[in-house]
Ligand binder design. Structure first.
Ligand code: AHG
Ligand code: MN
Ligand code: MN
Length: 359
């Protein structure tokens, strides 16, 4: 019986009772985000029937071709969250500059940062996509947020979550007390609690990396992957399995379900890009979730949540999942490798230049 299940609303109200001075704005913001996710879920599930498949012919600030669903999902997040008085501004993957609330709407105490549609390249092949969001406190409540207001370390997040639009739509959330999964009943139109206090086992035997980038990897990443591929005959002493969905949310969901490790490391493919994934609305929210689940989230060398952002669309190397595996990858990055690595003729990697702490 669904009535015996905990709804997202009930979960949030019961969490709020732990904080007697809270205003309820925070809960209303999360519920507004959940509405956006339901709208996006509906559009994704209708696919070609809703005319939402395909490109719009514009390039976003990331230099990527926008898909129709990128735009629809971005609008859904903004429309659902701008009116309620909880946010002072928003940052989206799809917008060059922070979104300023239009005049009639009061500015609130929180900042909302989001990747409205993650895994865009999977839309037209009907593979799971998702949305990712992060909530920070606004340094200047009641005023329009500036770009600088969003440049807070991941450890400052008060909530983070993602929705995955797969065979089922699920919302996975942390408000700083564990990670919880809510599954959408499409008919009732409600998210119901389906798993609580998700954990990531410290060990793993499954890893995710886009292997086509191999020639651009650092020696440390090559070493880690090579050792996994050697399986039970190699130094790791066991066989590893590979998965690559190309939707980060789907990789996070798998790792929260059956463990594993994910790498999208900084590489030399485009030296002007210090990684593929974006810090503020991809790596930080996923990092918060993974750490709340007992896993580890890293730039490859140091905890991602401790990284000081310098730009709202900053990219970063990102490795997360099983704690022991991530620590091993960090340890490999701390070692030096000979300049003369015959298979990696990339000056960028001489000594440890690419991954020096503080770079
Ligand atoms: P987005 O669709 O928001 O731009 O993000 C796509 C990201 C992420 O979901 C995934 O892990 C990665 O890009 C896929 O990268 P490849 O194209 O290298 O597989
Ligand atoms: Mn993304
Ligand atoms: Mn996106």
């Amino acid at each position: 019986m669904l009535t015996t299940r905990t709804t997202l609303t009930r979960f949030l109200i019961e969490e709020r009772r732990r904080h007697p001075n809270s205003s309820g704005e925070f809960n209303s913001l999360i519920l507004d985000v959940a509405v956006a996710c339901k709208v996006i879920s509906r559009q994704v599930s209708l696919g070609a029937l809703a005319g939402v498949i395909g490109k719009v012919g514009e390039t976003n600030v990331q230099g990527e071709q926008q898909q129709k669903l990128d735009v629809i999902a971005n609008d859904a997040f903004i429309r659902a969250s701008e009116w309620g008085g909880a946010v002072a501004g928003m940052v989206s993957e799809e917008l060059d500059e922070p979104y300023t609330l239009p005049e009639p709407y009061p500015k609130g105490r929180y900042l909302l940062l989001f990747d409205p549609l993650d895994g865009s390249s999977n839309i037209d092949v009907n593979v799971a996509v998702g949305s990712v969001f992060s909530i920070l406190k606004a340094p200047h409540p009641g005023q329009d947020a500036t770009a600088a207001d969003f440049l807070q370390k991941g450890v400052e997040q008060v909530a983070a979550g993602y929705a995955i639009y797969g065979p089922a739509t699920a919302l996975v959330l942390t408000v700083g007390r564990g990670v919880h999964e809510f599954t959408l009943d499409q008919t009732v139109g409600e998210f119901f609690l389906t798993r609580q206090f998700l954990t990531v086992p410290a060990q793993a035997s499954e890893f995710a990396i886009n292997h086509s980038n191999r020639r651009f990897w650092s020696p440390a990443v090559r070493r880690y992957v090579d050792e996994c591929l050697q399986g039970s005959a190699g130094p790791r002493g066991k066989d590893y399995n590979i998965r690559w969905v190309a939707s980060m949310v789907a990789e996070v969901h798998r790792i929260l379900t059956r463990g594993g490790v994910f790498l999208y490391p900084r590489d030399s493919k485009d030296p002007s890009r210090p990684g593929r994934l974006r810090l503020l609305y991809e790596a930080n929210p996923v990092g918060f979730i993974i750490e709340q689940a007992g896993g580890r989230a890293s730039t490859g060398l140091t905890p991602v949540l401790e990284h000081q952002p310098t730009a709202i669309h900053e990219r970063i190397g990102f490795v997360f999942g099983a704690k022991d595996e991530v620590e091993l990858i960090e340890a490999y990055h701390r070692e030096s490798y000979p300049d003369t690595d015959e298979s990696l003729d990339i000056p960028l990697y001489a000594h440890r230049g690419l991954f020096r702490s503080g770079d």
